[in-house]
Design a protein around this ligand. Structure first.
Ligand code: SAH
Length: 510
């Protein structure tokens, strides 16, 4: 078997939008993903379903995998013929031990590539509104570590001789030693009035910034409860963030929400919330996969020209139907003069992708309205109807169409299943940290959440979320399942749901 290769990839400071295009491409197609703590759960949802994901970071109360074992693992996985992504927070060559891994791979004769990432200091500078250099008065940028190898007794950072003026200092891994760092710098002649900004969880929705000056930062950080990971920025520019803190001023910055989604699908709602500064955890409660019985497929396509109506009840149905269709036929005209109905606009949009026009869309996107609209065409008596569906779908459509004397064949093309959340990174994040709010956009989302409740038990000190519903149907289902409805959108739409979230959780609501 040909040998694989290893990619030493920087994942950036945390915000999934700051992962490079090259990194994303590699993550999406790798066979093995070896990652540390501080990699965002969204990024861990990008690999293929059959990608082997190996966590080598610190586990609660336990140490991370020793560095030489990580190196052995990378070599072994590559020798088995895998494309291995070694994903590290920030940049692999900035306090990331990437060089040790590169040397080990080189020694083992394994091909490798290094993909840079946005290092934490750059993320902290940008997202706290702190320019790291400035044309007239700040021309040096220094990156130092505040905490080296814990086995080393002496610091090799020459604190006494760092540039004292016209310089921005960015200290990594400095939280636990903040006190001695500040003292060392003052002893070395740094002005105690120099501004300091400590940026905790830089670039993420729950970023916090503690601002003070070199003389007061120890006290302030204690009061603030500053925790790792944080970058300590020391220099004149550290005070500028008060003016240009574009990120902290977003209405939902500092808030964390949970949304439910299906595996592999990004949610439109997450994007809307993230643009307002929120941290979003997408819980992949269900997975949707193609599920077509080959014999049924043959029967359906052999008779396709005899159907009068082709009815789609979801965008997924459209996707899997046409995929199967083009495995049998190579020309769209094999559909014949069939009329096409879709449950709603998203489904019709999916149909349009195949250059096919939808003849009927009901005013409201639900099965009852679709049935009524079809009955109203007065074309169902003895008509042959092909209903494309998933394994769940309610039977109301079939029943109502049959009442109107149609002959209905149901063609199941996909199945919806609960995902295993016990090891899912997003679910783990939710269990450990909780959230400010949990948003439900459908009854099926509520039901899957309740079904999987055992894998979503919150830790003792996790934040207990309030629940927010998109509208009356979802709220009724929540109530029925014994869940409180803390807030409800005015109109049943995503935009209205986001408005309700801003009104109840946004900065202005305080
Ligand atoms: N290779 C990484 C650094 C790893 S060392 C990089 O290039 O960014 C770990 C330290 O990085 C943490 O102690 C903290 O100082 C910093 N760090 C990483 N992510 C951070 C974040 N989102 N916010 C603030 N500091 C972060």
């Amino acid at each position: 078997m040909p040998e694989g290769s290893v990619y030493l990839v920087g994942a950036g400071p945390g915000n999934p939008g700051l992962v490079t295009v090259r990194a994303k491409e590699l993550i999406e197609r790798c066979d093995t993903l070896v990652y540390d703590s501080l990699v965002h759960p969204t990024v861990l949802s990008w690999p293929r379903a059959d990608c082997e994901q190996i966590y080598v970071g610190k586990k609660a109360g336990r140490h991370s995998m020793p560095q030489n074992e990580i190196q052995k693992l990378l070599v072994a996985k590559a020798k088995e013929g895998n494309q291995v992504v070694r994903l590290k927070g920030g940049d692999p060559f900035v306090f990331g031990r990437g060089s040790e891994e590169a040397l080990a791979l080189d020694a083992a004769g394994i091909e490798f590539e290094v993909v840079p990432g946005v290092t934490a200091a750059l993320g902290a500078g940008a997202f706290s509104g702190t320019p790291l250099t400035q044309r007239d008065h700040n021309s040096t940028l220094v990156i130092v570590t505040g905490h080296e190898d814990p086995d080393k007794s002496e610091s090799s950072v020459d604190w006494a001789n760092l540039p004292r003026e016209n310089c921005t200092l960015c200290v990594y891994m400095g939280v636990s030693r903040l006190e001695s760092i500040a003292q060392n710098l003052i002893d070395a002649g740094f002005d105690p009035a120099i501004p300091v900004a400590c940026v905790e969880w830089a670039t993420l929705g729950h970023q916090r910034v503690c601002r003070a000056d070199l003389g007061t930062i120890r006290q302030e950080a204690k009061q603030f409860g500053l925790k790792s990971p944080a970058i300590i920025i020391i220099g004149e520019n550290a005070a500028m963030g008060e003016k240009i803190s574009w990120f902290e001023s977003k209405p939902l910055q500092g808030r964390r929400f949970v949304v439910t989604r299906s595996q592999g699908q990004a949610s439109e709602l997450s994007g809307k919330l993230e643009r307002l500064g929120a941290e979003v955890i997408g819980l992949p409660l269900i997975s949707i996969t193609r599920n077509i019985d080959e014999a049924t497929k043959e029967d359906v396509f052999a008779e396709i020209a005899s159907y009068d109506w082709l009815v789609f009840s979801s965008p997924n149905g459209v996707r899997y139907f046409f995929e199967a269709f083009f495995e049998t036929f190579d020309d769209i005209r094999s559909l014949g003069f069939i009329r096409i109905a879709a449950v709603g606009r998203s489904t019709a949009k999916e149909i349009k992708k195949f250059y096919v026009t939808t003849d009927l869309i009901p005013d409201e996107a639900n099965a009852d309205s679709l049935a009524e609209a079809l009955v109203a065409t007065d074309s169902l008596d003895s008509a042959n109807v092909l209903l494309v569906s998933g394994n769940l779908g309610r039977d109301v459509l079939t029943v109502k169409l049959e009442e109107a004397r149609a002959i209905v064949d149901r063609f199941e093309v996909y199945k919806t299943e609960a995902t295993d959340l016990s090891n899912d990174p997003a679910a783990k994040e939710f269990r450990e940290s909780g959230a400010d709010g949990i948003l439900f956009t459908s009854s099926s989302g509520v039901k899957s959440f309740v079904d999987q409740a055992k894998d979503l038990q919150l830790a003792e000190d996790a934040l207990r979320p309030q629940s927010v519903s998109i509208g009356p149907i979802t709220s009724a289902c929540m109530t029925q399942q014994g869940m409180p409805v803390n807030h409800q959108a005015k109109e049943a739409s995503l935009d209205s749901l986001v408005e309700a979230v801003v009104a109840n959780f946004g900065k202005e609501s305080e």
